[in-house]
Design a protein around this ligand. Structure first.
Ligand code: HEM
Length: 271
């Protein structure tokens, strides 16, 4: 006969009462407490990472960490693209090197695929955490603002994060179709990133789109690079000056670097 807790973890009616429990009354108090404990155990079984992600602080950490990974990519990508100024051979060799990197220890393009998967997961988590945080804020503050003061206090970059994020997302889809897969680039040739980039930027509307999208990316990066410290709990006012400098320098480098490529093609510096 079972005298202890059952295998499922739920106490049976034959379990001896624990010291902290009051005698079962007519209202079924003992069974209610048992049910509570059962629920507690179910909750406790959630992995701590998921538990952490369920909180606002956890989501902010995820936004900051995925943001840092995406910033690192965009920084490295801008530096890599500077090879456009060196010439076709250097740029195309660099593209090939990225595919060969890690070979033969890893399969051909293995490192590149690891990078792609990391980027994809980062983008998905970044978007999900930002959406979930917005929902949490809405539920925590059901009424509309009485005044617009909060908005006035926030910077332009902070207020437009959602829209600059959407523009960057659409840009990435177009960019992949343009320079990685090629269906929106009539002169696309596999293995010729230099020629593909030049052909793409010679179309004025495409160049304009790249410029607008990279300006939006710059605004997004500026606020992201500034607020990631806050999200990670590094928010001592003494560092605000350095945070502002870092956010400005980072956003300026990526934006000016990327905006310059289509302009350089349009004016014939890169051809
Ligand atoms: C004007 C600026 C940019 C230029 C000239 C440029 C150029 C390129 C080129 C040539 C490729 C194809 C590389 C290859 O197949 O070997 C590429 C891929 C890619 N670019 Fe850009 N890019 C620019 C801006 C950006 C920005 C701002 C982002 C992100 C916000 C970005 C994200 C990507 C991604 C995700 C890939 C695919 C990488 C892969 O999976 O192989 N690019 N870019």
């Amino acid at each position: 006969m079972a005298t202890g807790p059952s295998r499922s973890g739920q106490r049976t009616s034959l379990d001896p009462p624990k010291g902290d429990s009051a005698p079962a009354g007519p209202g079924g108090g003992a069974s209610a407490r048992a049910a509570d404990r059962g629920a507690e155990r179910v909750e406790r079984r959630r992995p701590w990472l998921l538990e952490f992600y369920g909180s606002a602080v956890g989501k902010k950490y995820v936004m900051a960490i995925t943001g840092i990974l995406l910033m690192a990519f965009v920084f490295a990508h801008t530096i890599g693209n500077l090879k456009l100024y060196v010439g076709a051979e250097a740029m195309n060799f660099y593209g090939e090197w990225l595919r060969d990197f890690g070979y033969p220890a890893l399969p051909h393009s293995g490192v590149l695929w690891l990078l792609r998967i990391t980027l994809l997961v980062s983008v998905a988590l970044h978007i999900h955490a930002s959406y979930a945080l917005t929902q949490m804020n809405r539920h925590a503050r059901p009424g509309k603002y009485q005044s617009k003061r909060d908005y006035v206090a926030a910077t332009f970059a902070a207020r437009t994060m959602r829209w600059t994020g959407v523009i960057v997302g659409l840009f990435i889809v177009f960019h992949l179709l343009d320079l990685t897969w090629g269906p929106v680039n009539p002169d696309f040739e596999h293995g010729d990133p230099y020629g593909n980039t030049v052909a793409s930027f010679q179309r004025v509307p495409v160049s304009l789109f790249y410029i607008v999208a990279n300006l939006a990316l710059g605004v997004h990066l500026y606020h992201g690079a500034w607020s990631l410290f806050q999200s990670l709990g590094i928010n001592n006012r003494r560092f605000n000056h350095w945070r502002r400098m870092f956010a400005t320098a980072f956003a300026a480098f990526v934006t000016l670097g990327n905006v310059a490529f289509p302009i350089a093609v349009l004016v014939g510096i890169i051809r």
